[in-house]
Design a protein around this ligand. Structure first.
Ligand SMILES: Nc1nc2c(c(=O)[nH]1)N[C@H]1C(S)=C(S)[C@@H](COP(=O)(O)O)O[C@H]1N2
Ligand SMILES: [Mo]
Length: 413
C-alpha cells in the first residue's frame, strides 16, 4: 500500500523547472561551502595532529603549509563557509519541499539502478541535513550531543560529498533541460492569477491533480531568496564590522569589554579559570634551546615592540580586526637560541580544555607580524583577551591564537 496517493501532493508550483532553479543555486553554492570547510580542516595544522578529527585515514587531505598571507585568508575562508552555509539553508529546504512527492514513491525502487540512486539520495539528504544541524548548533555553541561536533561535521561532509557527486552525475542533464524549458524572466513577471502548473513529466515532480495556486512562482522564489538574504546578512554581521549592530545571531551578545578592549571574547578569563592576579608573578618560559629562558613582564616590555593590524577569525564565523602590539615571535625564538625553529608549541596558563595550547608552523613563527601581543589598540590586553600576553598570527585560525601564554617551546626538526 502506498503511504500517499497521487492526490496528496497537489501544489501547482512543483515541477522539474522549479526544482532545477533551486538545484542550480545549490550546484554553485554547496561546492564552495564544502571546499572552504575542507580548507578550514587543513588550516588547523593536521600535520601536528591538531585538526579535528585528527585521524581520518584515507580521507586525509594532502598536507601543506597553511599560508600567513594574505592575513585575512582564514577570515575570508571561514566567513564564506559559515555565511554561505547559513544562506543556503532556505534553498536546501525549498528544494527538499519541491521533491517531496519523490520521497514517497511506491514501490521505493523498481530496479537495482534505482535502488542505488535512492541510496545516494539518502547520503545526499541525510548528509546535508546533518551538516546543517551540526553546523548551526556549533555556531550557537549548543553542544547538545555526546560526540565531538568537529568529528561529526567532518565525516558528515564526506557522506554528503559522496551523495552529491552521484546525484549531480545522474541529474545534471535533466537540470539543464528543465532550466531551458521555461524562462526565468517570464516567471518573474507572472502574477498569481496567471500562474499555471508545470506540465506532468517523467520525473513525477509536477502534480497529477494540481490544486489552484495560492502563490506565484515569483512569490515562492522571493520568499526563499529573501530568507537566504536574511540569514546571510545575520551571518555577515558577525564578521563585517559595519554590520555588527544587526548581528542578532551572534550568540555571545555584541559588547565585550571596555574602550580599546571592546571586541568579541571567545572564552572569558573566569570561564577559563584564570585568576585576576595572573600578572603579579607571571613569567614567560621559553624552551627548546640549549638553556631554558624565563622572561618577566618588564623584560618583555623592554624588547623591541612591533605593531600589526590583524584579524581574529573564529571557526564559528565571527571575526574582528584589531591593532596588536607586542614582541615578534621570531625575536623570542632567537632569545631562546632557536633562530629557525621547525615549529613552536605554545602553552597557556589555562590548565584544562581544548583551547589551551597550539602548535605553530615555522612560517607562522617567523612572519614579521606574528606577535606575542601585550597590547591591543594601544592599551594593555584585558584579562578576557589574554593578559598578560597572547599569540596573534596572520591568517591563523582564531583558536590557535592562544591567550594567557605561559610558555613557548621552539622545536627544531
Ligand atoms: N587559553 C585560551 N586561548 C584561547 C581560547 C581559550 O579558550 N583559551 N579561545 C580561542 C578561540 S576559540 C578564539 S576564536 C580566540 C578569541 O580571542 P578573543 O577571546 O580575545 O577574541 O582565542 C583563542 N585563544
Ligand atoms: Mo574560536
Amino acid at each position: 500500500m502506498p503511504p500517499f496517493s497521487p492526490r496528496t501532493f497537489r501544489s501547482p508550483l512543483r515541477g522539474t523547472w522549479l526544482t532545477s532553479v533551486f538545484a542550480v543555486v545549490l550546484l554553485v553554492g554547496l561546492p564552495i561551502v564544502t571546499l572552504t570547510g575542507l580548507a578550514s580542516w587543513s588550516a588547523y595544522g593536521p600535520q601536528f595532529g591538531q585538526a579535528m578529527p585528527a585521524e581520518v585515514g584515507y580521507l586525509r587531505l594532502p598536507p601543506f603549509e597553511w599560508p600567513t598571507e594574505p592575513a585575512w585568508l582564514f577570515r575570508l575562508n571561514q566567513g564564506v563557509h559559515v555565511v554561505l552555509g547559513l544562506a543556503l539553508i532556505p534553498v536546501v529546504l525549498a528544494k527538499l519541499w519541491s521533491v517531496l512527492p519523490k520521497l514517497f514513491t511506491w514501490p521505493p525502487a523498481r530496479s537495482l539502478a534505482q535502488l542505488l540512486e535512492r541510496l545516494s539520495l539518502l547520503a545526499l539528504v541525510g548528509g546535508i541535513l546533518f551538516e546543517i544541524v551540526t553546523g548551526v548548533l556549533n555556531i550557537q555553541y549548543d553542544y547538545i550531543f555526546g560526540f565531538s561536533f568537529y568529528t561529526a561535521h567532518y565525516w558528515g561532509a564526506w557522506v554528503f560529498i559522496a551523495g552529491f557527486v552521484v546525484h549531480v552525475a545522474i541529474k545534471l542533464p535533466t537540470m539543464i533541460r528543465a532550466l531551458r524549458s521555461r524562462s526565468m524572466r517570464t516567471e518573474m513577471r507572472t502574477p498569481l492569477r496567471r500562474t499555471e502548473p508545470e506540465p506532468p513529466d517523467e520525473h513525477g515532480l509536477a502534480p497529477q491533480h494540481p490544486a489552484e495556486p495560492t502563490i506565484s512562482r515569483r512569490g515562492a522564489l522571493s520568499v526563499v531568496g529573501g530568507g537566504a538574504a536574511l540569514l546571510g546578512l545575520l551571518g555577515l554581521a558577525q564578521t563585517v564590522d559595519a554590520l555588527r549592530p544587526v548581528g542578532l545571531l551572534a550568540p555571545r551578545g555584541r559588547s565585550y569589554g571596555d574602550g580599546p578592549n571592546d571586541f568579541q571574547v571567545n572564552r572569558t578569563a573566569s570561564a577559563a579559570g584564570i585568576a585576576p592576579d595572573i600578572g603579579d608573578d607571571w613569567v614567560l618560559r621559553l624552551t627548546g634551546g640549549a638553556e631554558d629562558v624565563e622572561i618577566g613582564k618588564p623584560d618583555l616590555a623592554a624588547m623591541p615592540q612591533h605593531t600589526a593590524v590583524l584579524p581574529i577569525a573564529c571557526v564559528e564565523g565571527w571575526s574582528t580586526t584589531q591593532t596588536w602590539t607586542g614582541v615578534r615571535l621570531r625575536d623570542l625564538a632567537e632569545r631562546a637560541s632557536v633562530a629557525s625553529p621547525a615549529n613552536a608549541f605554545v602553552q597557556s596558563v589555562e590548565q584544562a580544555g581544548a583551547f589551551n595550547s597550539a602548535t605553530l608552523q615555522a612560517n607562522q613563527v617567523l612572519h614579521p607580524d606574528s606577535l606575542l601581543a601585550l597590547q591591543v589598540n594601544g592599551v594593555d590586553l584585558s584579562l578576557d583577551h589574554g593578559f598578560p600576553a597572547r599569540v596573534i598570527v596572520p591568517a591563523l585560525p582564531g583558536v590557535h591564537n592562544t591567550k594567557w601564554v605561559a610558555s613557548i617551546d621552539f622545536r627544531s626538526a
